[in-house]
Design a binder for this molecule. Structure first.
Ligand code: SF4
Length: 194
């Protein structure tokens, strides 16, 4: 029996005559209204199916004969979304302390800080941020990987996260290039990457 892939093959690789449209969302952040609008677009243009990609964006396998430029216009008119929106930084982010009890850092807040630090100057790099060493977003498989690796206690008893930074070049796993950075130093390092 062939291994199960989870999704039907035609949804992963667009078959002849069908094109795939991806709409980027920074750090996978979507409101319920946005998701409802995208579901409406999926009903109209993509057989009622929308998919979350590995980078936490939304993908559609467009109805037969519908091109990406045509669909992008429909998408913009119906939902206000542009396939070019959010294209500045591709960053996958785990829930961190927002929702996961293993988390050491408020990952969505850190992601927003990273976005503010690097803006649109990422040159097509992929980024991944994990809130603990469990590495659920696979930072070692991103061009730039960030892991909240430990907590450090201050004299007043408060605890703040320290981050390890990974860089991946080539086909292997990313290598740790910085260790135990406070947030401010992490942001300074990522600014230099871009
Ligand atoms: S990497 Fe850690 S904090 Fe993030 S989802 Fe996984 S277990 Fe939770």
């Amino acid at each position: 029996m062939p291994p199960a892939t989870g999704l039907a093959e035609h949804l992963i690789h667009a078959p002849a005559g069908r094109q795939r449209l991806e709409v980027p969302f920074f750090a996978g952040n979507l409101t319920s209204d946005q998701l409802r609008n995208l579901a409406g677009f999926a009903d109209a243009c993509a057989d009622g199916v929308l998919m979350v990609t590995a980078d936490q964006d939304i993908a559609f396998l467009l109805a037969e004969g519908l091109s990406v430029p045509e669909a992008a216009i429909v998408l913009q008119e119906a939902t206000g979304f542009s396939a070019a929106d959010g294209a500045g930084i591709i960053l996958r982010v785990c829930p961190g302390t927002h929702e996961c009890r293993m988390g050491l850092a408020a990952t969505r807040d850190v992601a927003a800080d990273i976005q503010a630090a690097v803006g649109n100057r990422t040159s097509g790099l992929t980024w991944a941020l994990s809130g603990c060493p469990n590495s659920c977003t696979q930072p070692q498989l991103a061009d730039v990987g960030i892991v909240a690796a430990r907590l450090v206690s201050a004299d007043d008893g408060s605890k703040t996260p320290r981050f390890d930074l990974y860089r991946r070049e080539g086909a292997g796993l990313g290598q740790k290039v910085e260790e135990s950075l406070p947030l401010g130093e992490l942001l300074e390092k990522v600014r230099r990457i871009t």
